[in-house]
Design a protein around this ligand. Structure first.
Ligand code: SF4
Length: 250
């Protein structure tokens, strides 16, 4: 079997590639250590490859996505190069780049001011502060409570990030028209909203466990905040639950 300079065979890379589920990492919770799809996720493979290649991204790309070498030694250009050649793609000018940058910044600013965005940021900050204030309690709690804290800790920032992605993506793709402008369920914004929704639901259960273990009112308040945020998210993205996440929803 032919080995490349990174110690992995091209045949192995080809087999891995055929097993990957496209776009699976776009609609997951990024909690790889708990994921059943690591062997089918190119994102995970790429991260593992970067570690194996001591941070050399180019080498990792070759290891993860590299095509098997042809016996005659003639290599095809990589796919992105061939696509760019076909499309006659030219790099954007500095003026075009600046205009794109202004558009993106203006959109992000507009989205940040939406009630859903503000509520998810408030929740993320509130949850983070509460967790930080727990100090060693997180390590010394009984297993169920420690596990619940791990969940709310993981989800707090993820929820806000996914909600922002959903809001930004929908605004960009529908030219500012809000909900209902495009009804396709399999849109990126519905997918992002679904990831946030699932995390909110498991976080609400986790908060219930935490609230039951303490007399402090803050945990109960955060549980209520998660529930309100879930309702607001469903109001804004009513078809999010119908989105089928590659790999996870079969
Ligand atoms: S799909 Fe699984 S392995 Fe891939 S990035 Fe998401 S959590 Fe990690």
């Amino acid at each position: 079997m032919r080995e490349n300079r990174f110690g992995a065979s091209h045949a192995f890379a080809a087999v891995m590639k055929s097993q990957w589920i496209e776009f699976i990492s776009s609609y997951c919770d990024s909690w790889c250590e708990r994921c059943a799809f690591t062997e089918r996720c190119s994102h995970f493979a790429m991260h593992s490859a970067i570690t194996m290649c001591d941070g050399d991204v180019e080498a990792a790309l070759q290891l993860t996505f590299g095509e098997p070498r042809r016996p005659d030694g003639v290599q095809r250009p990589p796919a992105h190069q061939r696509i760019a050649d076909i499309l006659g793609h030219a790099d954007p000018t500095p003026k075009e780049l600046a205009a794109i940058g202004r558009e993106v910044e203006a959109r992000q600013e507009r989205m940040r001011r939406l009630p859903l965005a503000e509520a998810s940021l408030d929740y993320a900050i509130g949850a983070r502060r509460w967790l930080d204030a727990q100090g060693r309690r997180r390590e010394t709690s009984e297993a169920a409570v420690a596990g619940a804290m791990e969940i709310v800790s993981w989800d707090a920032s993820l929820i806000h990030a996914k909600i922002m992605r959903a809001l930004n993506g929908r605004d960009e793709q529908t030219n500012g028209a809000a909900r209902g402008a495009k009804k396709a369920v399999q849109s990126d914004w519905n997918g992002s909203a679904k990831v946030a929704l699932l995390s909110l639901e498991r976080s609400a259960v986790a908060w219930q466990t935490i609230a039951g273990s303490t007399t402090a009112e803050a945990a109960g308040a955060l549980m209520d905040a998660a529930a309100r945020l879930r309702s607001a998210l469903l109001d804004d993205f009513p078809r999010a639950r119908e989105f089928r996440r590659p790999g996870f929803d079969r």
